[in-house]
Design a protein around this ligand. Structure first.
Ligand code: UDP
Length: 242
């Protein structure tokens, strides 16, 4: 696949990625592996920022279904993302990557508050910025946060790390001859309701012309490979016939 060089990217990690083989919570070995992926990409000269989800710990919708007030449950979900952000920060710093966590819900004794210009400056200095607490507002998701921060940070692409190597026309875990798309248009993803990211995140990327690169974060070395145009991924973008 030929990809343009993406100098600055946003990597979206869902909470499930950090769960590793478990069913809940944070798997330290998986955090270490993800950190190595990020380091490899940074070592090849890319500027990186990360948005981490919280679904491995708490999701607002699930909480609301159990009787919690939706907004309160969403705040709980956002706090869960802060725990994940600290775990990823720790793993990165252990292998010598300088990082900053910025939270959309200010918590001065834990991390920096979200300040756009400061975040850009960190990246310019080679630091990896990890955005925590989503947008800071309930009724959103960290997918939408990822699209928002990618636009704010002037990222040239949003990388969505998943457990499959792209977007398929059917679930590849259930349908053996499911077809993987190399490229897709934003319009097609929205019209066919393909499960790439939330519709609001996809629309935000479309409106700001930020390609979404869906790739497998579980394959060792894959993030850097995809960035070099060598790996397997699906690119969702504006100019394509698909
Ligand atoms: N959340 C929110 N506002 C945001 C981002 C997240 O209220 O801007 C809450 C929401 O309850 C969500 C939870 O945080 O369910 C965890 O985020 P998400 O479900 O997006 O995590 P992921 O699926 O990526 O692990």
């Amino acid at each position: 696949m030929t990809l343009p060089r993406f100098d600055r990217i946003l990597l979206k990690l869902s909470g499930e990625v950090l769960m590793g083989p478990g069913q809940f919570g944070i798997d330290p070995a998986t955090c270490d592996r993800v950190a190595r992926e990020v380091k490899a990409a940074r070592d090849e000269g890319h500027e990186l920022c990360l948005v981490v989800g919280g679904g491995n710990i708490f999701r607002g919708l699930a909480g609301a279904a159990q009787g919690f007030d939706r907004a309160s449950a969403d705040y709980m979900g956002m706090l869960a993302t802060v725990m994940n952000a600290l775990a990823v920060q720790n793993a990165l710093e252990r292998i010598g990557v300088e990082t900053r966590v910025q939270s959309a819900i200010p918590m001065a004794s834990v991390c920096e508050p979200y300040i756009r210009r400061r975040a850009v400056r960190h990246m310019e200095k080679g630091r990896v910025v990890i955005f925590a607490a989503g947008t800071g507002s309930p009724f959103f998701t960290t997918d939408t946060t990822a699209a928002l921060r990618a636009a704010e940070m002037g990222c040239s692409a949003l990388f969505k790390g998943t457990s499959v190597d792209g977007v398929y026309d059917a679930d590849p875990k259930k349908v053996p001859d499911a077809k993987r798309y190399d490229t897709l248009s934003f319009g097609r993803v929205l019209a066919d309701d393909l499960k790439v990211m939330d519709a609001s995140a996809v629309a935000l990327c479309r409106d700001n012309d930020i390609p979404i690169v869906v790739f497998n974060i579980r394959d060792e070395g894959n993030l850097a490979a995809v960035l070099r145009g060598e790996g397997t991924a699906t690119v969702v973008q504006n100019q394509t016939n698909a």
